[in-house]
Write a protein that binds this ligand. Structure first.
Ligand SMILES: [Zn+2]
Ligand SMILES: [Zn+2]
Length: 266
């Protein structure tokens, strides 16, 4: 299985997961042009895509969906409530409603040789989900846009080969930063976004000896930066008496907000 973070951040999200028989995007929140260029970089084209898995209707997850679906007619999978919101989102333009396939959280479905499981996340959208994708013995997951997590979340993030987890903001930067108070409260709230520290606490519970790569993703442009997210997560892991892993034990990288990362083969 190949895992390829094309863009991850509050300005746009798009992650590619591919096997021999299926190629999907998790979200299409950047322009079709950027997605096309990024796929070109791994010798793929948008026409190779067999599905787009949408987590929720916020524009940083669907901004490129309209053009992409008009150009390449790719089936789109999302919860029914998310589909309803997407179809109401005017900037998307006209889309073929027949391309949309409603899915349910906790009810796995298949695309080619991929087993895909959507699971609920706590976020201020109609019916948001995160995705776990399995093929053969491999598993990958993308879990961002979560104000909080619980045992249910952890259970869906066990035994992964690759994970991309949200490290949205530094709590001090957010509190001292320029956002209006209601927006700060929204981001810090139970249906907002995970801070760097919360990300570390979650990561420490799902790291295991066979994990090949963990990405910190969905960084805020205003309230975080890559070095700070990385340093905070590393120092939290080092201070956690229940976490046996130290820097260098498992590759942990910050996913770029704008540029494709190197493709990971698992
Ligand atoms: Zn969101
Ligand atoms: Zn988002």
């Amino acid at each position: 299985m190949d895992f390829y973070s094309i863009a991850s951040g509050s300005s746009g999200n798009c992650i590619y997961v591919g096997t021999d028989r299926a190629s999907v995007l998790i979200d299409a929140g950047i322009s079709c042009k950027k997605i096309t260029e990024a796929l070109h970089g791994i010798d793929r084209s948008i026409r190779d895509l067999t599905g787009i898995l949408v987590t929720h209707e916020h524009s940083d997850h669907i901004a490129g969906l309209g053009v992409l679906s008009r150009k390449a007619h790719i089936p789109v999978y999302a919860t029914q409530a998310t589909i309803r919101q997407i179809l109401r989102y005017a900037p998307l333009g006209k889309v073929d409603e027949d391309l949309f396939h409603p899915i349910d959280a906790d009810r796995p479905f298949f695309i080619g040789d991929m087993r895909i499981e959507a699971f609920h996340i706590s976020h201020d959208a109609a019916d948001p989900v995160a995705y776990r994708v399995e093929s053969g013995n491999q598993a990958a997951a993308v879990a961002t846009d979560m104000g909080c997590y619980n045992r249910y979340t952890l259970n869906h993030l066990r035994n992964l080969d690759v994970v991309l987890l949200e490290a949205n903001h530094d709590e001090n930067m957010l509190q001292a930063g320029p956002y209006p108070y209601p927006l700060k409260r929204r981001i810090m709230g139970e249906k907002g976004h995970l801070s760097n520290i919360a990300c570390a606490m979650l990561l420490s519970q799902i790291l295991h000896d066979h994990m090949k790569m963990a990405y910190l993703g969905h960084l805020s442009k205003t309230n975080n930066y890559a070095d700070l997210a990385y340093a905070t997560v590393m120092s939290e892991l080092a201070m956690d008496p229940n976490c046996p892993y130290q820097e260098g034990d498992i590759p942990i990288h910050v996913a770029s907000r704008e540029h494709p990362m190197e493709q990971v083969r698992i």
